[in-house]
Design a protein around this ligand. Structure first.
Ligand SMILES: Nc1ncnc2c1ncn2[C@@H]1O[C@H](COP(=O)(O)OP(=O)(O)OP(=O)(O)O)[C@@H](O)[C@H]1O
Ligand SMILES: [Mg+2]
Length: 458
């Protein structure tokens, strides 16, 4: 099993990396190496790692900065820091930032292996916990979760939040990934008269059907192997308060029926239970797919849809509200660099405005956070932005590679056409009519091109 565990070692000293790689590959781990923090960040973002071993003293971007960014974006990834003898201040700082442990160089091999094994166990436990985690809070949600926007459609949403706050109506929030669905759900709960009542969140897309069932409805002791004690379901815990059902579109059909019954005020049973239970909860649901399409396709029950869709909020994707980009950038600058005033170089701003932001505000936030750490002065230049935001460079590089490989004109054009159509389909969730509209092309032509290029429609 250990054979599959991936460990990234980040150290600017080649001999140190060599020693660790030799030692750990003998134990059957798969090792990756990086010389700098920048290189490490790229690898962390593009690989699924099990452990990060990080030298605290790196050139340019320091180990602590890499740690901070990693813990922010990948909180479950255990980071073991390597420190030079006697640098306790930095070691303490590292632990405060969430490092799993640290080793002073030179270190004992046996102790090192032990720490690695502990870290792996710890990360497995965390992964399990994350699967089962839900949030129960009876107090107000954390402050600081401000929704920033000056876009007129978003202003309408704020008004809707105000209007529905006085009611118990179910709310359905639809928006692409990273548009702020959870942020808005929190705001609705915070402003509602149920603000001091329980608030329970559950992600319907993250759990298997049986786990989700027992999370939502609870289970009796011994109702399945592993059910060592009785457990209340989330609806019971949320009684008299609010439930946030995230990714409700992923809920399996059998659970959709049971959810409908609860909403209709009928009684339900815990898994393996015989006592009928009743609850009274306000439901806020979120979907990242077009829910009407899901209903039409028969994947989502129509009757449940009507019950959830009493109040409706559609959050526009970030690319449809370019007027928000400036205010959000300012907000994230302030959040991630409160002491130093950051400035975007003009070209960087243009790239940001041109990009289509498939990951929406979350992607913009990560981009700004990362750039604010990577920059050495207060100016954010293009090279500190992720590659994909740079349309021009990407295109130039692609063209260069065609020319270097000496393809024929015909095959280059065919390849570009295929890439363009694939990307357009992806952005439009593989909806062919929307894609044709977006490219202002005839639908029939699109269908025949999709066939011609054997593009897979997901
Ligand atoms: N208008 C906004 N102002 C400030 N921060 C925002 C805004 N919208 C989103 N964010 C930030 O972007 C991140 C993603 O937001 P959130 O988790 O609410 O999105 P989501 O739609 O639920 O995403 P997903 O579909 O991936 O679960 C969070 O860090 C949130 O604070
Ligand atoms: Mg969410």
């Amino acid at each position: 099993m250990d054979n599959e565990k991936k460990i990234l070692i980040v150290d600017d000293e080649a001999s140190m990396r060599r020693n660790i790689v030799d030692l750990l590959s003998m134990k059957g781990y798969s090792l990756l190496e990086a010389k700098t923090g920048e290189e490490a960040i790229d690898m962390i973002e593009n690989t699924t790692l099990d452990i990060l071993i990080l030298d605290i003293n790196l050139p340019n971007m320091s180990g602590l900065e890499v740690l901070k960014l990693t813990k922010n974006n990948y909180p479950e990834l255990p980071c073991i820091m390597l420190t030079a003898y006697g640098t306790s201040e930095k070691a303490i700082e590292a632990m405060k930032l969430g490092a799993f442990d640290y080793m002073e160089k030179p270190f004992e091999l046996e102790e090192f292996i032990m720490i690695i094994e502990r870290a792996l166990k710890h990360s497995e436990l965390l992964k399990e916990l994350k699967q089962l985690r839900y949030k129960v809070s009876s107090s107000k949600s954390e402050e600081g979760s401000k929704i920033i926007s000056k876009n007129s459609k978003m202003q309408e949403i704020f008004k809707t939040i105000g209007r529905i706050s006085a009611t118990d109506a179910s709310v359905l929030i639809q928006g692409e990934s990273g548009t702020g669905k959870e942020l808005i759900a929190d705001a609705i709960q915070r402003h509602s008269h149920l603000t001091d009542k329980p608030y329970v969140k559950i992600n319907c897309g993250a759990l298997s059907e049986s786990l989700l069932e027992s999370e939502i409805f609870g289970h009796e002791k011994g109702s399945f192997s592993g059910a060592e004690s009785q457990r209340k379901g989330l609806f019971e815990l949320a009684n008299e308060g609010t439930v946030f059902l995230d990714e409700v579109n992923s809920m399996p059909p059998s659970l959709q029926v049971r959810l409908l019954r609860i909403i209709q005020g009928q009684s339900f049973f815990r898994v393996g239970g015989t006592t009928p239970l009743k609850v009274n909860v306000r439901i806020i649901a979120a979907t990242n797919k077009d829910i009407e399409d899901e209903v039409k396709a028969g994947r989502f029950r129509e009757d449940l849809y009507y019950r959830l869709n009493v109040a409706r909020i559609n959050i526009p994707p970030l690319r449809d509200r370019p007027d928000d980009i400036h205010v959000l950038i300012d907000y994230f600058f302030q959040k991630y660099s409160p002491t130093q005033k950051l400035i975007l170089q003009e070209d960087s701003l243009q790239n940001i405005l041109d990009y289509h932001w498939p990951g929406n505000v979350r992607e913009l936030e990560n981009t700004i956070h990362r750039a604010s750490i990577m920059t050495t002065d207060n100016i954010i230049r293009i090279d500190k932005l992720p590659h994909e935001t740079n349309r021009r460079t990407n295109l130039n590089a692609t063209l260069q590679s065609y020319l270097n490989d000496k393809y024929s004109f015909k095959s280059i054009i065919a390849d570009i056409e295929k890439k363009l159509l694939t990307e357009a389909l992806k952005i439009n969730n593989y909806n062919q009519s929307k894609t044709a509209d977006c490219l202002k092309m005839n639908r029939r032509l699109l269908y025949s091109k999709v066939n011609e290029h054997s593009i897979i429609i997901k």
